[in-house]
Design a protein around this ligand. Structure first.
Ligand code: HT7
Ligand code: ZN
Length: 872
């Protein structure tokens, strides 16, 4: 497989003004007829370029006609899944008839079957698995879609836009016609047909138009869509208020499907969701999942403007829509709940997973310059780091100018397919702030390391911060240039009070330093005592910060910083410092011992009733196994696990009574609500129970069993079960069985059971996982189930990293099987294996051998790209 390059971008030689599609849906073979109103692209300038349409190996061409003239085989060619027609007029109607077999489509791209319904997934390049087309985002067309099906089995037949016609054929089939007035690329096309239940609602826009809202699911799930519907209405209102963006069609539909490769898809007017991101009810859904539903509903809805009305010119620009839309959904969730909690969660995820991606073999810029398979670039870098770039623009411009910039962007580019440069240009033009240097963030991969040193000059009351930046080399980018980095800083005195220092002639307790060179010194004056710097407040840039804080300074920041994010950050740093010592001890076979200063900080934290319980829970959470692995130079998985466990037990024993009390204080007796306040209390209660479970207090086992048995909501029930499983509770096995029996008819809950079961520490962990894959509830066709079991196994430190390499071999076997069935899923499952270079040598060779074994197979482009790049 070969790579394609951003530098080779050319405008499309042809345009498609109108696309008329007819689907004759059938379980055996679906016939797709397309009528494409095409013309040569005046911007291309060539008058004789051949017409090259994208197709797929699973699309069978029956016939092709131009302006009604059926082309004989010698007038077209089929080469490498492309349909090539050399002689064309300047404008013409191309008719194509193709056959596809949705029931045999296991890749879940194009048109496929999930349960008893037909559905589509066309982003990024799925439309070519339906019919021959110019399947690229800069070809935007007005779609009219006719669906013909047996109404008894498919009473619901949906596509983008508005339903404009409904009739019967002579054979008694139903014909439904949909028309979408907004030109769109093929990746936003959608079709759904099935026997579905619907929940209806209404939203009145700010200009007074009524929009019909509909959520469709299989009938047994329709009782679980109320939360998503309310989240949708909140999102619609928020986008009006925050960005001035109103919905544009008269109807907005969402459909839940069980088999889906990702979370959801923003097809124009017809979003399709993985049911795990849409369905929610107190009894079956945890707090985390409620918040995820709200965030994903918002994200897909926000794409209506950032993605659909203004779309990407080419797939290298993916972050144009994804980075901006993630920023928008993060801001929405921050506004709906606690902004600090949301920021901590997002940053913690970024520092764990995106930083690891940036340091690994698949590292790429937010706007990649080449790819083999675009599906591999729906990454944390494009999404999460892309959002951080937009956030930095927001920090540099401020709220008001940022809004001016986004207004200009939408106004200037409505109906167009544009680039990340266009986005930055709108921000720059609206604000007058020069973003030329800033644009390097889009093209340079890797996480910058920002090192801070300080000097205090008491006689002059001056305080100097010298800040250096350096970005490590990444594949294909050996040398790096300085970036434009906003660093928000505050100064605290020794009592923890904010210092009103003077910076660039102005007094402030919070300043944004603009680092643009490899090294710069920033000067604060009128600083009356040596300060403790609070650096990179709210994580103002996606960088690795290095400053030699003492434990006392971290304790001060943790208890007194006015920036809530940095209070959490200080606690994390303190924990990382202590864990680093313990990991070294564990790795070199020494007995573990620590004089933990974190304990003192956590004691005061637990005593402070003024704090948000959710923040207390986040501060109590020790840095994860994955984050510590990211920080490690060489990963020793078992040493990390041992160190974490040791510190957890140390803290638990020192604060046993506080944890028992905190647990009791946060029991909620009223009915379940997924409100910020209640979620916060449940998270603190669960964290306290988790620590308490590590003590020898004989009351805790009963508390866990009691919570499991009597919980009226999934958060509490599953929380107790997880703690039981991970703390070797004597009843853990029977609780796991009881849980399965109780929920075996709720697939999304069964997925949680599969994941937890696969992650449990057991001597025969691999056998347990093999058993789960043979369990009646498992289904290789369903990506959620595969991810549950294999994702759970990935968290099973001892099982996955077993010294004989059996864990790695098992994962490689699954990747090889899935490579043929579902390349996108298989490719994503490769991620843990791509970290082989950082593992300790005994494990590293075993993991590498499995990558080599995979590479020897006949691979999809998806898996080939990840595996071959990982082995370089
Ligand atoms: N824009 C959507 C991306 C997506 C996707 C990409 C590749 C393969 C399958 C997919 N399903 C959805 C999701 C989003 O970011 O909103
Ligand atoms: Zn998106």
């Amino acid at each position: 497989p070969s790579a394609i390059y951003l530098k080779d971008y050319k405008v499309p030689p042809f345009l498609i003004d109108k696309t008329e599609l007819t689907f004759d849906l059938d379980e055996a073979t679906t016939v797709v007829t397309s009528r494409l109103h095409m013309r040569r692209n005046p911007l291309d300038g060539k008058s004789n370029a051949p017409l090259i349409l994208d197709g797929g190996e699973d699309v069978k061409l029956i016939g092709v006609a131009m302006d009604g003239y059926a082309l004989p085989p010698e007038e077209y060619q089929l080469v490498d899944d492309k349909l090539i027609i050399t002689a064309t007029a300047d404008s013409f109607i191309l008719t194509c008839e193709t056959l596809i077999e949705p029931q045999n489509n296991t890749r879940l791209e194009g048109l496929y079957r999930s349960s008893s319904m037909f559905c589509t997934q066309c982003e990024a390049e799925g439309f070519r698995h339906i019919t021959y087309y110019l399947d690229r985002p800069d070809v935007m067309s007005v779609f009219t879609t006719t669906i013909i099906a047996d109404e008894a089995r498919y009473p619901v037949m949906l596509s983008n836009g508005n339903e404009i016609e409904r009739a019967k054929t002579d054979e008694g089939k139903t014909v439904v016609v949909w028309h979408d007035p907004f030109p769109k690329p093929a990746y936003l096309f959608a079709l759904v047909a099935g026997d579905l239940a619907v929940k209806n609602d209404l939203f009145t826009t700010q200009s007074g138009r009524d929009v019909k809202l509909q959520i469709f699911t299989e009938s047994h799930n329709i009782d679980k869509v109320d939360y998503a519907m309310e989240a949708l209405k909140r999102s619609m209102r928020w986008d009006e208020e925050k960005y001035g963006r109103e919905y544009d069609l008269d109807i907005f539909m969402i459909v839940a499907v069980d088999d889906f490769n990702m979370g959801a898809m923003e097809n124009k007017g017809l979003n399709v969701f993985n049911s795990s991101c849409l369905l929610a009810s107190p009894k079956t859904t945890t707090d985390d999942a409620f918040l995820r539903v709200e965030a994903v509903v918002a994200h897909e809805y926000f794409h209506n403007w950032s993605g659909n009305r203004v779309t990407c010119r080419d797939w290298f620009q993916l972050s144009l829509k994804e980075g901006f839309t993630v920023f928008r959904d993060q801001s929405f969730s921050a506004d709906m709940h606690s902004a600090t909690v949301k920021r901590v969660e997002d940053v913690s995820f970024l520092k764990t997973a995106q930083f690891a991606e940036d340091a690994g073999p698949m590292a790429h810029p937010v706007r990649p310059s080449s790819f083999i398979e675009i599906s591999n670039f729906y990454t944390l870098t494009v999404y999460e780091k892309g959002s951080e770039i937009v956030r930095m623009i927001h920090t540099l411009l401020g709220e008001e100018l940022f809004r001016k910039g986004s207004d200009l962007y939408f106004e200037r580019h409505d109906g167009q397919a544009v680039t990340c440069d266009d986005f930055v240009a709108a921000m720059q033009d609206a604000s007058g702030i020069d973003l030329t240097l800033f644009k390097r963030w889009y093209s340079q991969a890797g996480t910058p390391i920002v090192t801070v040193e300080d000097t205090y000059l008491p006689e002059e009351q001056r305080y100097l911060l010298t800040i250096k930046q350096e970005t490590p080399a990444t594949p294909g980018q050996p040398t790096k240039l300085p970036l434009h980095i906003p660093i928000r800083v505050g100064l605290l005195n020794e009592q923890g009070q904010e210092i009103q220092a003077q910076y660039q002639g102005e007094h402030s307790t919070d300043v944004t330093l603009l680092l643009t060179e490899a090294e710069q010194t920033f000067e604060f004056t009128q600083v009356s005592s040596k300060p403790v710097p609070s650096l990179l407040r709210s994580f103002s840039a996606p960088v690795k910060l290095r400053y030699n804080y003492t434990a006392d300074q971290l304790l001060l920041l943790m208890s007194a910083d006015s920036d809530g994010f940095n209070r959490w950050s200080a606690a994390q740093q303190l924990a990382v410092n202590e864990l680093t010592q313990l990991i070294e001890q564990a790795s070199s076979g020494q007995p573990l011992a620590i004089e933990s200063q974190l304990v003192a900080g956590l004691r005061s934290l637990l005593a402070d009733e003024s704090l948000d319980p959710a923040m207390v829970a986040l501060i109590l959470a020790l840095p994860s196994q994955a984050y510590l692995s990211e920080l490690a130079e060489t990963i020793d998985p078992l040493a990390i696990r041992k160190a974490r466990q040791f510190l957890k037990v140390t803290i638990a024993n020192a604060l046993s009574e506080q944890f028992a009390q905190t647990y009791q204080n946060n029991i909620i007796t009223s009915d379940y609500q997924p409100s910020a306040q209640d979620i916060a209390r449940r998270s603190l209660k669960s964290m306290a129970l988790s620590y308490w479970s590590e003590t020898s207090d004989d009351k805790v086992k009963a508390a866990i069993a009691e919570q499991f048995a009597n919980a009226d909501n999934m958060t509490d029930q599953f929380g107790a079960l997880s703690i039981a499983v991970h703390s070797a509770h004597p009843d853990a096995a029977s609780m796991l069985n009881a849980f399965y029996e109780q929920w075996k008819n709720e697939p999304l809950v069964v997925n949680k059971w599969l994941m937890l079961s696969a992650s449990q520490d057991a001597d025969d962990a691999l056998a347990v996982v093999e058993g789960l894959m043979a369990h009646p509830s498992f289904d290789l066709k369903n990506p959620n189930k595969v991810r549950s079991v294999l994702g759970g196994f990935g968290q099973n430190v001892a099982g996955f990293h077993k010294e004989d390499g059996s864990g790695y071999r098992f994962l490689a076997d699954q990747i090889i099987v899935l490579n043929k069935r579902n390349p996108q899923l298989a490719s994503r499952l490769c991620t843990p294996l791509t970290r082989w270079k950082k593992l300790k040598p005994e494990l590293s060779v075993k993991m590498k051998a499995e990558l080599e074994r995979i590479l020897a197979e006949d691979l999809s482009k998806d898996v080939y790209e990840v595996v071959s790049k990982s082995l370089v």
